[in-house]
Design a protein around this ligand. Structure first.
Ligand code: 5AD
Ligand code: SF4
Length: 446
C-alpha cells in the first residue's frame, strides 16, 4: 500500500505555492494525497508567522494533530511523521523544540526542497527531531522537481524575500533577502503549466513588481518584460501578479495594463495606511500622494481596472486623524476588495518595541469601522456586476451537486449551475445575483 501525505497550508499565496511544490516532491517519492490527517503517514503544516494569531494557531493545531497521531498508533498500529514548513519554523525554531518536541522535522521556506533528504534521515534515526533553518546561498527552485499543473489556475513564484523592512513585518526575517528567478526558468515553468491545462497564471512574490531576473544573455529584466513574454504563450488566457509594492510600480508596468489583453483588470496594491505620518513610521517608501498618483495612472491606462489593498489599523501612534486619513483614502479609491488587520506585535520587528502601542479596544473599533466601509464598496461593485456577462474560469466544484465555482476577471467568486465537464474552462456567465463575497450567474451559450 502506498504511503499517504496530508499538507495543511496557513497564510499567504506563497505558502499555497510552496505547498504545491512540496506535494509534487512527495508524489515523486510515491506518496499519495490523503483525504484527512487521520489517514496520513506524513502530515506537514506549512505555517505563517505574519500575525500572532496565525502563529499561535499552528501550535494549537499541532497539539490536536499529536493526539490524532497517538490514536492512529494505538488503534491501527500505524505511525505518523509530523513535519513543519514555512515561516514559523524560520522565526521560532527554539519554540518548536520546546512546545512541540514531537515534531519530526522542520524546514524553513527556503529549504523545503530538502524534505526528501530529511525523510530519509528520519527513516535512519528514529526519534530525532530535525530542524533546518538555513538561509542557503542557492536557488531552491533549481533543486525542486519540475512542477505539475494542478488545474486551470496556477501560482508561479518568480520572486521571493524582501528588502523593504516595513517596521511591522516579519517577512524580511523569515523569507530573507529579495531574490528573482531567471527569466528562462519562469518561462519554462509557465509553458509546462500551460501544457498541463493551466489557463491562468498568477505570478507570485512578496514584492513581485521589484522583479529583476536575468535573461539568457545575463541582462536584468523587469516585471513588465516578463509579462510581455508570458503573454505570448499560446493557450495561456489570463495573467495576474501579486503582491506589489506601490513605490515599485513603474510606467513600464502601468503600460502593460493598457497593452496586454491577457493581464486581468484587477490589481492588489497594498497601501497599509492613508496617513503620511503612519506610512513613515511603517518605513513604507510611499506617501499618500505617491500612492494616489500610481492609482490614477493605472486607471488612465485601463479605466476598467479594479483595485484591492491590505490595511493595518492601530499601528503604534495611530491617532483618530491618522485613521480618518485611511478612511478618506478608501473613499477616494473605492476598492473592489480588501484585507484589513489589527496591528499585531511581531517579536524582532522594530514596531514591536515602539512605546505608543494602541489599546486593543481601539484597534477593534477601528477595524470594524474600516471593514464596514470596505465591505460597502465591495458590495456596491458586486451589485453593479448584475446584468453583465463576464468570462469566468471555473476551477472548483461547488457545495451542491451540479454546481461549479470560479472567478471573474475581478477575482470575484462566482457560482453557477454547470456540469463538471466545464471544470478548468472559461465560460461566459451572465451575473444574476450578488452579495459581499460572491456572485451567482447563468452560463451563456451552453
Ligand atoms: N500586523 C498586522 N498586519 C500585518 N501584516 C503584515 N504584518 C502585520 C502585522 N505585524 C499584513 C499587511 C500585509 C499583509 C500580508 O499582512 O497588511 O500586507
Ligand atoms: Fe513585509 Fe513590507 Fe516586505 Fe511587504 S514590503 S513583505 S509588508 S517588509
Amino acid at each position: 500500500m502506498s504511503k499517504k501525505y496530508y499538507i495543511k497550508t496557513f497564510g499567504c499565496q506563497m505558502n499555497v505555492y510552496d505547498s504545491s511544490r512540496i506535494a509534487d516532491m512527495l508524489q515523486n517519492l510515491g506518496y499519495e494525497e490523503a483525504a484527512s490527517p487521520r489517514q496520513a503517514d506524513l502530515v506537514i503544516f506549512n505555517t505563517c508567522h505574519n500575525r500572532k494569531k496565525a502563529a499561535e494557531k499552528v501550535f494549537s493545531d499541532l497539539g490536536r494533530l499529536y493526539n490524532i497521531k497517538q490514536e492512529r498508533l494505538a488503534e491501527e498500529g500505524r505511525d505518523m511523521i509530523i513535519g513543519l514548513a514555512g515561516c514559523v519554523v524560520q522565526a521560532e525554531d527554539e519554540q518548536i523544540a520546546k512546545r512541540a518536541p514531537y515534531v519530526d522535522f522542520a524546514t524553513g521556506p527556503l529549504t523545503y526542497y530538502r524534505i526528501p533528504q530529511l525523510l530519509e534521515e528520519i527513516g535512519r534515526k528514529k526519534g530525532v527531531s530535525l530542524i533546518d533553518t538555513d538561509f542557503p546561498a542557492i536557488d531552491k527552485f533549481d533543486y525542486l522537481p519540475d512542477n505539475q499543473s494542478h488545474g486551470g489556475c496556477s501560482y508561479l513564484a518568480i520572486q521571493e524575500g524582501c528588502n523593504n523592512f516595513c517596521t511591522y513585518c516579519v517577512v524580511p526575517y523569515t523569507r530573507g533577502a529579495e531574490f528573482s528567478r531567471p527569466v528562462e526558468a519562469v518561462l519554462a515553468e509557465a509553458k509546462r503549466l500551460v501544457a498541463g491545462g493551466t489557463l491562468e497564471i498568477n505570478l507570485l512574490g512578496q514584492n513581485v513588481n521589484s522583479y529583476h531576473g536575468e535573461d539568457s544573455a545575463g541582462k536584468e529584466r523587469n516585471l513588465a518584460y516578463l509579462l510581455r513574454r508570458l503573454s505570448e504563450i499560446d493557450g495561456l488566457k489570463r495573467l495576474r501578479y501579486t503582491t506589489s509594492y506601490p513605490a515599485d510600480v513603474d510606467d513600464d508596468l502601468i503600460s502593460c495594463h493598457r497593452d496586454l489583453s491577457k493581464l486581468m483588470p484587477y490589481l492588489h496594491l497594498p497601501v497599509q495606511s492613508g496617513s503620511d505620518r503612519i506610512l513613515k513610521a511603517m518605513n513604507r517608501r510611499h506617501n499618500r500622494d505617491d500612492y494616489i498618483r500610481v492609482i490614477d495612472k493605472l486607471k488612465e491606462a485601463n479605466p476598467a481596472i479594479g483595485l484591492s489593498s491590505d490595511f493595518i489599523v492601530g499601528f503604534p501612534g495611530e491617532s483618530d486623524a491618522d485613521f480618518q486619513a485611511t478612511l478618506d483614502l478608501v473613499n477616494y479609491v473605492k476598492y473592489i476588495q480588501a484585507f484589513s488587520f489589527k496591528y499585531s506585535r511581531r517579536p524582532g520587528t522594530p514596531a514591536a518595541v515602539y512605546e505608543n502601542q494602541i489599546e486593543e479596544k481601539v484597534k477593534k473599533e477601528r477595524l470594524e469601522i474600516l471593514q464596514n466601509l470596505l465591505f460597502s464598496y465591495q458590495l456596491r461593485f458586486n451589485t453593479e456586476s448584475i446584468g453583465k456577462t463576464m468570462p469566468v474560469l471555473f476551477d472548483m466544484k461547488g457545495r451542491h451537486k451540479g454546481q461549479l465555482i470560479g472567478r471573474t476577471p475581478y477575482m470575484q467568486n462566482l457560482h453557477a449551475e454547470l456540469g463538471k465537464e466545464y471544470l478548468n474552462k472559461i465560460v461566459p456567465v451572465k451575473i444574476t445575483g450578488a452579495n459581499t463575497n460572491s456572485l451567482s450567474g447563468i452560463a451563456e451559450g451552453i
